[in-house]
Design a protein around this ligand. Structure first.
Ligand SMILES: C[S@@+](CC[C@H](N)C(=O)[O-])C[C@H]1O[C@@H](n2cnc3c(N)ncnc32)[C@H](O)[C@@H]1O
Length: 330
């Protein structure tokens, strides 16, 4: 009798399977799971019946056996229920992701967010503030440094994509036969489709020299603001084997104007066990600071948000004497 009952359940499960909707399919799978549990249960009952009928076994032993099997079955059932619940949750999250509800902006689908980003980047080609990464110095870098630079360029582009007002970006002096170009293609998905200008030309070939401000930690003047009439340049360097003043030397050789981030103006040294203090940042970190400065107009906010903690500087406490805005600031 029990068996025929099982067959009825299985066939009703099949009927469910025929249904088109995903929800119904899930329901159907759950029904089938339940059927398999009933089968398990029946097997246990049947086995325990058999055990009870075995000659030479004492009643107490048998009932202990039955109880043990029942507990096992209950545990299995609870585990299966949990697994089913988790599976259901996972499917629901997958469905939400596929339908494209974005985490950052729940009212927009992923597709809409992508379209907005593309629109902003396209607009930046005409109206964005201009920033070049000068990649003319990569020959002096090790393979490891080249790989790290490729990663930093990916992060820099990622930050620009997220920005409400992205920059117009240029990767200058990037030759197609260079290690960096190959590494960018290898490491950065869709690199050749990045919405930026990738060129073998130098920034001084593209823009009048008087509009260029080369950012270097060794400049005397501090950057005061970011200006739409200027072109900002970052030196495409990674400092594993620290090559001091390289970007400063290059900028001076080319007679370009230089500026440093206004770290001395807004930050103070923080005591640390290694007595380590550095104002040299990675290109993507400098870029994040520039982006935040452009959206907030505040160096304090920008440096607070992005200056790496391990570099041994903190924002000057508010109660400290503020430094007068230097005449030398750019
Ligand atoms: C890792 S740093 C390279 C430091 C390197 N030793 C040099 O010759 O300048 C990479 C680039 O980030 C920018 N940068 C890093 N720290 C900076 C700072 N404090 N102010 C301005 N630019 C900075 C510069 O454009 C620099 O060339």
């Amino acid at each position: 009798m029990r068996r025929s009952h099982v067959f009825i359940l299985i066939s009703s499960g099949d009927a469910f399977k025929d249904s088109r909707s995903e929800h119904q399919t899930e329901e159907c799978e759950m029904q089938l799971d339940e059927v398999s549990e009933v089968i398990d249960l029946l097997q246990i009952d049947v086995e325990s019946d058999v055990a009870e009928e075995r000659p030479g076994r004492e009643d107490a032993g048998c009932s202990r056996n039955v109880l043990r099997k029942q507990r096992n079955w209950e545990r299995q059932l609870a585990a299966k229920k949990n697994k089913r619940r988790e599976e259901k949750q996972r499917r629901r999250m997958n469905r939400e992701q596929e339908s494209g509800v974005s985490g950052d902006n729940p009212q927009f689908t992923k597709r809409v967010m992508k379209a907005i980003t593309r629109e902003r980047l396209a607009e930046a080609q005409f109206t964005g503030l201009k920033l070049c990464v000068d990649l003319s110095m990569t020959d002096s870098m090790s393979d490891k440094e080249v790989s790290r630079l490729a990663g930093q360029l990916r992060r820099l582009y990622g930050s620009n994509k997220k920005a409400t007002r992205p920059f117009r970006l240029f990767l200058t002096d990037l030759r197609e036969d260079s290690r960096l170009y190959r590494e960018c293609i290898r490491m950065n998905d869709g690199f050749l489709n990045y919405m930026m200008d990738i060129t073998e030309e130098s920034c001084q070939d593209l823009f009048p020299p008087e509009t260029i401000i080369y950012l270097t930690p060794d400049a005397e003047e501090a950057l005061q603001t970011v200006d739409a009439d200027k072109v900002y340049v970052l030196g495409g360097l990674v400092d594993e084997s620290i090559q001091k003043r390289l970007s400063f030397s290059r900028a001076t050789e080319l007679s370009l104007h230089t500026a440093r981030l206004p770290i001395d103006e807004y930050m103070v040294k923080k005591n640390n066990s290694k007595n380590f203090h550095s104002k040299i940042l990675a290109v993507n970190q400098v870029f994040d600071i520039l982006l935040t400065f452009c959206s907030t107009g505040s160096w304090t906010e920008a440096l607070q948000a992005w200056f790496p903690q391990g570099k041994g500087y903190v924002i000057t406490p508010e109660d400290s004497q503020p430094l007068p805005v230097s005449q030398t600031q750019t």
